[in-house]
Design a protein around this ligand. Structure first.
Ligand code: 4AD
Ligand code: MG
Length: 476
């Protein structure tokens, strides 16, 4: 018999029909009631086995075991479920020794413990919900852009350029460590390396996306990016996924409008399609909040927070205004900030969080950052000091989007690259777009895991990517 997904059975109004269900046992009560889950939804189906069931088989129905059941969907006799499956035959597919099963060894396993057994944590309600929501968000992202005529461009993972000029990259090489070929001046001879030059894992697909935008007008990338920054925080990964739209003819205002529409759309899509998962995560978060002192608890629950974002425009301010708000804040006056505030600083997360969580209490788009703290490709404003950058700051997260209008004027771009010691000869292909039919254009990057954090209400970025890569950690 063909397998029916548990989600389908639970959603179906009907009863009194034959099914086959397969899944993993979540619990087994009174030698009779199995809670079975197949990952299709957060809910379990109750499977009821007859009291005459074979003893040897019953012994093998343990938490974690995988089973296949042929039976009949019937209206449930008990409380808590509308329908259940009355088993005719039950087959054990895979035994699970509960004495050794890591998920069974702790009573209420903490998120930290589950991180150590990330290969099994998908089988918990929390991670089931998180990764179904993650999937839906990824799908909604493609749908959003597809519906608007964007071309999905696959930009390279291995590159020879440093898009952000950040210099925190992983090298890609096949040269031997102990006997690498050297040039006469003692440096490594990358001409003998696999690609005939020094290469690294990409930090962003933006520069290549810009090349595509100069032909398709609207493109986006959605792929893994890598940063070798040694930041062991709850919001940084060494390997994360980024969505980067790039649009010809857009200016910084269009860019902000696109980012807002985009974020609202994907949140709305998850609210519509993953309601049960989000409600479960909302309850989980509310329980977690109860552990905190009153004054640190967030005012809104998860669903209310998402609804709020759907129904309210983001605040838009300039960097200069942001700095002024910080300087005028009680937090600054009472010396509550660890890092000092003055025009020109790269705002720390405590500053960003003050703006969104305490001052505006909603997502904020900050524009017009000092050029010295931003990348070379951002369009220079007429004041000579700032660039047409935009960061979106989200409550509980901080920076979730970084973007800008791009410098489309060849002379200004070349000059800025020289000032910042970016090799204009190696980057001839980037400069070519400014020589051959340049147009104003703009784009941004959304950190996918930070978005998943925001939507799921999880607090550590390691809990929203299946197998996190962070300093000193590349398990699984
Ligand atoms: O602000 P970033 O560095 O911008 C860029 O890479 C641009 N090239 C994007 C563009 O304009 N096309 O990174 C974009 C976003 C950040 O706002 C943040 O959400 C996320 O990527 N991000 C990280 N997420 C997890 N771990 C890290 N180490 C991250 N670094 C950036
Ligand atoms: Mg940034």
């Amino acid at each position: 018999m063909k397998r029916t997904k548990i989600k389908e059975i639970l959603a179906n109004e009907a009863s009194d029909y034959k099914v086959n269900v397969k899944g993993w046992v979540r619990s087994f009560r009174n030698n009779q009631f199995i809670a079975l889950n197949d990952g299709s939804c957060i809910g379990n189906i109750q499977v009821v086995i007859g009291l005459d069931a074979d003893d040897a088989t019953v012994k093998r129905i343990t938490t974690g075991a995988s089973i296949s059941v042929d039976g009949t969907v019937i209206a449930s006799q008990g409380k808590g479920q509308r329908v259940e499956v009355k088993a005719d035959t039950l087959t054990i597919l895979g035994d699970c020794d509960t004495e050794q099963f890591p998920l069974q060894l702790k009573n209420k396993p903490s998120l930290e413990y589950l991180r150590e057994i990330a290969h099994l944590r998908f089988r918990t309600n929390t991670f089931g919900a998180v990764f179904r929501v993650r999937h839906t968000l990824a799908y909604a992202i493609h749908k959003f852009f597809n519906d608007r005529g964007f071309v999905y461009l696959h930009t390279p993972i291995v590159t020879a350029s440093d898009a952000e000029g950040a210099g925190e990259m992983f090298k890609v090489t096949t040269l031997p460590f102990d006997n690498a070929p050297h040039n006469e001046d003692g440096t490594i001879n990358f001409k003998e390396d696999f690609f005939g030059r020094a290469t690294n894992l990409t930090v962003s697909g933006q520069l290549e996306a810009e090349l595509g935008a100069m032909a398709f007008s609207e493109v986006y990338t959605f792929g893994p990016t890598f940063r070798a920054e040694n930041s062991n925080t709850a919001r940084h990964l060494a390997e994360f996924w980024m969505i980067e739209p790039e649009v010809a003819f857009n200016d910084i205002i269009d860019n902000m409008d696109l980012a807002e529409d985009f974020i609202r759309y994907i949140i709305g899509y998850a609210m519509e399609h993953n309601r049960e998962d989000l409600e479960f995560l909302a309850t989980r978060l509310a329980d977690e909040e109860k552990q905190k002192p009153m004054n640190e608890r967030s005012e809104l629950g998860l669903i209310e927070k998402l609804d709020f974002v759907l129904n309210n425009k983001f605040e838009r301010i300039t960097y200069t205004e942001a700095i002024q708000i910080l300087l005028d804040s009680p937090a600054y006056k009472k010396k509550k900030f660890q890092y000092d505030v003055s025009w020109g600083i790269d705002m720390q997360s405590e500053h960003e969080r003050y703006l969104v969580e305490k001052h505006f209490k909603k997502p904020v788009i900050v524009t017009g950052y000092p050029k010295d703290i931003k990348a070379f490709y951002m369009r220079q404003n007429d004041d000579g000091k700032t660039v047409a950058a935009m960061d979106i700051l989200a409550p509980g997260i901080g920076e979730i989007v970084g973007g800008s209008q791009r410098e489309e004027r060849l002379d200004k771009l070349t000059q800025r690259m020289q000032e910042m010691h970016i090799p204009t000869d190696e980057m001839y292909w980037y400069l070519d777009t400014r020589k051959f039919g340049t147009v104003p254009h703009a784009g941004f990057g959304l950190g996918f895991e930070r978005m998943v954090l925001f939507v799921t209400g999880m607090t550590n970025i390691r809990d929203v990517i299946p197998f996190p890569r962070t300093p000193k950690n590349a398990e699984f």
